[in-house]
Write a protein that binds this ligand. Structure first.
Ligand SMILES: Nc1ncnc2c1ncn2[C@@H]1O[C@H](COP(=O)(O)OP(=O)(O)OP(=O)(O)O)[C@@H](O)[C@H]1O
Ligand SMILES: [Mg+2]
Length: 350
C-alpha cells in the first residue's frame, strides 16, 4: 500500500487508498507547551488529546495545540515557516517527527513506497530548500518508508491534470509559500516557489487594519468568500486587496520564469490548489488576472479544483502508486523471464 504525504507549513496531510476511496489523515503542523499544572494528564487522556510529556511539562501537538492556544491565550508554535523547517524553532524536527509519525502511521509492509511533497527553491528570497528536503526524507525513511520526493507544483499536476496527460501548470497556494510547476507529459520543465501564501495575506491584512493576526486568519477561514465590493477599513476588505496582490505577484513571476524556458507549442491548462485557493471567488479572480496578463504560453482551461486543500497529498499518492506499480513490474520481469520475453516478442511483432 503506497502513501502520499503533503508536508506543509500549516498542514500535514497523508493520502492512502482504501478499496475505491482515498482516505486523508490531517494534522496542523503546530505545537504548544504547557506547564504540568495547567492540565492534568488524565484530562488529556480522557479527551484523546495528542501530546508528549517533557521534563517540565507537556507539549500539545497538531490540531489540539491550536484549540488550546485560544483557551490559554497563548500562541501555537509552528515548526515550519515559509515552506521549510523554521531555523528559529529549536524543537522543530522532533515535533515534526511526532506529527508526521501520527499522520502516516506504521508502514503496512517493509519499504512501503511513500512520496512526500517539498517546495521548489524560492525566487524572491535567498532561502534554500535542500536542508528541509533532506531532513524530511531522512525523517520518513527513519519511520521505515521507501521515501521519494516530488515538487509540490508537480503533485498538483499529478492530482488534477491526468486527463491532459499531465501536461499543464500546477500551482499550490499554501500558508508559507506558493509553488508553481510547468510540466509537459509529466516531465517538469520549470519549478519555482515564492515565499508568499496565506500567512503573507494574514500579516499584511493585520498590519493594515491593526487586528491581531490570529483574528485575521480566523476571519479569513470563516468568511470563505472574496467580496467584490471592498468595504473600506474592514478585515474582509483588506483580505480581498491582499488576495488580489498575491495573485498578481504569482502571475508576474510566472511570466518572468516562462521567459527563461522554451516550452512546447501547446496550450497549457492550469490547476490551482492549496488551502489558500479555497475562498469562493478565488478561481474567477485568478482566471481574470491570468487572461489579462498576456502569458508567454497559450492557456487552455483553468481547472476549478474540487478539494484544493487535499490536492497535493492526492498527487503524492498517485506518484507513489505509479512507482509501486513500476517496482512490481520490474520484480515480475526478474521472476518470470520466459513469460516476459514472450510478451516483449509479441510487442515487437506488432
Ligand atoms: N476556508 C479557507 N479560506 C481561506 N483560506 C483558508 C481556508 N482554510 C484554510 N485556509 C488557509 O490555507 C492555508 C493553508 O493551506 P495549505 O494547507 O495548503 O498550506 P500548507 O501546505 O500547510 O503550506 P505551504 O505549502 O505553504 O508550506 C493557510 O494560510 C490557511 O489560513
Ligand atoms: Mg502546501
Amino acid at each position: 500500500m503506497a502513501k502520499g504525504l503533503d508536508i506543509g507549513t500549516m498542514n500535514i496531510i497523508c493520502a492512502e487508498k482504501d478499496k475505491n476511496d482515498i482516505v486523508f489523515t490531517q494534522q496542523r503542523n503546530a505545537f504548544m507547551e504547557l506547564d504540568s499544572n495547567d492540565l492534568t494528564k488524565t484530562m488529556l487522556d480522557i479527551s484523546k488529546v495528542l501530546y508528549i510529556e517533557r521534563k517540565d511539562g507537556i507539549s500539545l501537538l497538531g490540531e489540539d495545540a491550536f484549540k488550546f492556544a485560544t483557551i490559554f491565550e497563548k500562541e501555537a508554535r509552528r515548526p515550519m515557516t515559509h515552506g521549510i523547517i523554521s531555523p528559529r524553532e529549536k524543537e522543530a524536527i522532533p515535533i515534526m517527527k511526532l506529527i508526521v509519525g501520527e499522520v502516516l502511521g506504521q508502514p503496512k509492509k517493509q519499504n512501503e513506497v511513500l512520496y512526500i511533497s517539498t517546495p521548489a527553491n524560492p525566487i524572491d528570497t535567498d532561502l534554500n530548500v535542500l536542508y528541509h528536503k533532506k531532513t524530511m526524507e531522512m525523517l520518513t525513511k527513519g519511520l521505515k518508508y521507501d521515501t521519494h520526493v516530488i515538487d509540490e507544483g508537480l503533485a498538483v499536476i499529478y492530482s488534477e491534470l491526468s486527463d491532459n496527460n499531465f501536461t499543464g501548470i500546477g500551482i499550490s497556494v499554501g500558508a508559507g509559500m506558493t509553488n508553481v510547476t510547468l510540466a509537459y507529459l509529466a516531465t517538469p520543465l520549470m519549478s519555482f516557489s515564492i515565499a508568499r501564501g496565506g500567512d503573507w495575506i494574514d500579516e499584511q491584512a493585520s498590519k493594515s487594519t491593526g487586528m491581531p493576526k490570529e483574528h485575521v486568519t480566523a476571519t479569513k477561514e470563516k468568511i470563505s468568500k472574496l467580496s467584490k465590493e471592498v468595504k473600506m477599513g474592514s478585515v474582509e476588505g483588506a483580505l480581498t486587496i491582499y488576495y488580489d496582490a498575491l495573485i498578481t505577484y504569482v502571475i508576474k513571476n510566472l511570466n518572468r520564469k516562462l521567459a527563461e524556458i522554451t516550452p512546447p507549442n501547446v496550450a497549457f491548462p492550469v490547476a490551482i490548489a492549496g488551502g489558500s485557493a479555497q475562498p469562493e471567488g478565488f478561481f474567477d479572480l485568478f482566471e481574470k488576472r491570468l487572461r489579462e496578463a498576456n502569458l508567454r504560453v497559450d492557456l487552455a482551461k483553468i481547472k476549478h479544483v474540487k478539494d484544493p486543500l487535499l490536492s497535493v497529498a492526492r498527487g503524492c499518492l498517485i506518484a507513489a502508486r505509479t512507482q509501486e506499480e513500476k517496482g512490481r513490474q520490474q520484480y515480475n520481469q526478474t521472476q518470470t523471464p520466459t513469460q516476459t520475453q514472450t510478451k516483449s516478442t509479441q510487442k515487437k511483432k506488432k
